[in-house]
Structure formats: C-alpha cells, structure tokens
Design a protein around this ligand. Sequence first.
Ligand SMILES: Cc1cc2cn([C@H]3C[C@H](O)[C@@H](CO)O3)c(=O)nc2[nH]1
Length: 217
Amino acid sequence: MNGRGTEQPITISIEGNIGSGKTTLMNFFAGHDVVTTIDEPVQKWRNARGHNLFELMYRDPKRWSFAFQSYVQLTMLENHRAQVATPFKMMERSVYSARYIFVENMHLTSTMSDPEFTVLDELFQWVISNHHIGVDRIIYLRTSPEQCYERIQQRCRTEEEGIPLEYLKSLHQLYEDWLISEKYPVPGSVMVLDGSAPLEEMLKTYKTKQDSILCKG
Ligand SMILES: Cc1cc2cn([C@H]3C[C@H](O)[C@@H](CO)O3)c(=O)nc2[nH]1
C-alpha cells in the first residue's frame, strides 16, 4: 500500500541534472528483486516513427522544443502508467520534472513561446489532476553543474555534445527551486543525495541508504 491508498506500487522518481548520476543509481537498484526500474525513454525520443526529436530539439530548440516536450510528456505518462509486479517502481525523472525543470526552463529562456507553454501546462495540469500519476518519493541527486558538465563530456552522447555549462546551471537552479525551496508543488517526500562524490563512494552511499529508500510506509 503506498501513501495514496491504492494497491499501486510505491513510486520513486530519481531526479537530477543531466550527468548527475541517475543512471548509476538506477543500475544499482535494477538488481533488487523488490523494485522495477524504468529508465527515461530516450530511445523513443530518438525514434518517433523515424524522427529523432531529441536531436532536432538540441539542433534547433526554438523550432522543436514544443514538439519534443509534447512527446516527452506522452512517453513519461506511459512510464507512470506502466504496471509493475514489484512493491516498488523506480522511474528516471517524471512528468513533474518535465514540467517544472525542462518546460519551465524553455519558457524562461524563450525557446518555447507563451502559446506553446500554455498548451503544455494545461495538458500537465489536466494529467496530474485527473489521473493517478503519483510519485510517492523523490530522490534528488544534487550534483554541481560543473561536475555534471565534466561527466557529460566524458560519456559523450552525440546529441548532448554542445550543451553549455550555462544550460546546466539553469537546470540546477530550477531543481533547487523545486526540490529544496519548494517553489513548485512537490508530489512526494524528498531525499537529497550528494551526487558529486566519485562512483565508488556513490555506490557505498546507495548500499547504506537502500533500506531507507526501499522501506514500506
Ligand atoms: C522529463 C524530461 C526528461 C528530459 C530530458 N531532456 C534531455 C536532457 C538530456 O540531454 C537528455 C536525457 O535526459 O534529454 C529534456 O530536454 N527534457 C526532458 N524532460
């Protein structure tokens, strides 16, 4: 039983900047038999009936941010609605970070027009008020933008090659506004983890924290 009183699993959303270490955390928990992990559907964004919306968005944000974020919304909803057989469901990001981090940033930086923002926000508001798109817990991997920048350079996802540090700083600030200052509604409890430590240390942290992360009630 989760905090929302339904037979649904307890849903945990892993939140954090690009390169903050979300995949490492998800991979750590993917081996646990009480949790089902659901990665961010980047492959779907790279191939929407043959269109790489992900690349289009990075290549020409003004032209493609709305289409891309519309498709992100759909694919994240699919993840929220996915049934799992385990007591816990661990998702990489959520419709909430789609709206409060990425759509918010595109609107603030005018890469998304007001009419486009209005459409996406009305869709988001309808979704979270009409459907059980619950998130019970959030793990916020709080990592400095500089550290994220380093990691992105190392992993080199082609579409992300041109991401400037400034962009990561904007996203970081929005995550701080949302999950620390609670400037936007926070749908569940928040556990903040320092994502700046080296990989070995992060894995040690997950080992010591795993029981509190996967605790009932
Ligand atoms: C929910 C959500 C995830 C997400 C990721 N992205 C980008 C950031 C990264 O470069 C990549 C994978 O997270 O996709 C985005 O632009 N908008 C998003 N919205």
